[in-house]
Write a protein that binds this ligand. Sequence first.
Ligand SMILES: [Zn+2]
Length: 164
Amino acid sequence: MTPEPRFLVDRMLGTLTRYLRLLGYDTARADTLPPGNPKEDTELLQWAEREGRILLTRDRELAGRAGEQGIYIREKEILNQLAYLKDRGKIDLSVRLIRCSICNSLLEDAPEEEIRGADYTPDEGRDLTFRWCPSCRRLYWMGSHTEDIIWRIEALNQRSEKAP
Ligand SMILES: [Zn+2]
């Protein structure tokens, strides 16, 4: 089995970054670099090379420079972007709550006091399994803010299964 792909995503693809992390993929983003660097493209290529990341970009020329390691994302709509990566055999479309969508850290089981202390957890949440980002202290659970995303990804799965 090939190792799971890791991604580096350009500044134009913030939504895709969030979705890839919800799918569980290790996804770094260009926004963490200082802005306004005229040599940013070169930096991104070096970063992808150094960490063995697939560079996802809306810049066709940059994708070309990355060669095998670059993928040009032409699609504008998030679900089409995901379908494209699935069709290229790069990702599976199933939500795994293992990674923080904000900062890319691996989630851990949420400490009891973090669940009790958060004012945004559901009242009927006793049976839910909570996961927690140790870096930004955000709580995750199936449902809630991920519900819409999960639903959209499942719809997308059905769509591509029906495709000829
Ligand atoms: Zn986080």
